[in-house]
Design a protein around this ligand. Structure first.
Ligand code: GDP
Ligand code: MG
Length: 222
């Protein structure tokens, strides 16, 4: 806890997105509670689970959000994304259509990130640059203030504060595979994402996937 000597607390919001039935809820329940449901139904309302891990002797908590099935109607709200510094974009390796949707999910993430620019800026403790520009333009009018705002947003975008991972779930369904590892890797590389195939059913790489994302965020802010 924060009362312990040298105690620092970290809490990161991570969102899980992707088409319906790719296994998002089961990835979360496998990671947070080591549970798997063959017939999981969409939950009512937005749900998250908090899971801790230790990095450098510090307790790092991840607040991981799962959709309540709104993705079925492509109606995931901006509140869902607000403040998120990590994301798992999930598809099902046995259903190509879910892989084809990844681009759209990425577009949505990027759009939401633009709105989060200032938020992440504060989060990243980079107030110094704001005051630097404030001092450099003491008598600045509205135009230069707008330029300043753009600079902040641009800087936020160029910064890798966020950690995103492309997740090919259901890798236990090798016999009906519809998306190759190679093409997924290719997409991940092009988009600058981590990539991993997982199985919420047999636990393959589930812990690893979440922990890579959490570790990356930690490295970016610490
Ligand atoms: P969500 O809509 O993305 O949250 O998907 P769910 O977690 O509800 O899972 C949808 C269906 O896929 C359920 O029937 C799960 O049992 C099944 N499922 C989830 N993960 C896996 C997996 O890794 N392997 C297999 N074979 N089935 C899975
Ligand atoms: Mg679900």
């Amino acid at each position: 806890s924060s009362d312990e000597e040298g105690g620092e607390e970290y809490l990161f919001k991570i969102v899980i997105i992707g088409d319906s039935a790719v296994g998002k809820s089961n990835l979360l329940s496998r990671y947070a509670r080591n549970e798997f449901n063959l017939h999981s139904k969409a939950t009512i309302g937005v749900e998250f689970q908090t899971q801790s891990m230790e990095i450098d002797g510090k307790e790092v908590k991840a607040q991981i959000w799962d959709t309540a099935g709104q993705e079925r109607f492509r109606a995931v709200t901006s509140a869902y994304y607000r403040g998120a510094v990590g994301a798992l974009i999930v598809y099902d390796i046995s259903r190509r259509t879910t892989f084809d949707s990844v681009g759209r999910w990425l577009d949505e993430l990027k759009m939401q990130l633009a709105d989060l620019g200032i938020y992440i800026w504060h989060y990243n403790h980079k107030m110094s640059m704001i005051s630097f520009f404030g001092d450099a333009m003491p008598n600045s009018g509205i135009a230069s203030k707008l330029v300043l705002l753009c600079l902040i947003v641009l800087h936020t975008h160029s910064d890798t504060t966020v950690a995103w991972m492309l997740v090919g779930n259901k890798c236990d369904l090798e016999n009906i595979r519809d998306v190759s590892v190679e093409e997924a890797k290719c997409l991940a590389e092009a988009e600058g994402l981590f990539f991993m195939e997982t199985s919420a059913l047999d636990s393959t790489n589930v812990k690893k996937a979440f922990e890579i994302v959490i570790r990356e965020i930690y490295n970016n802010v610490s």
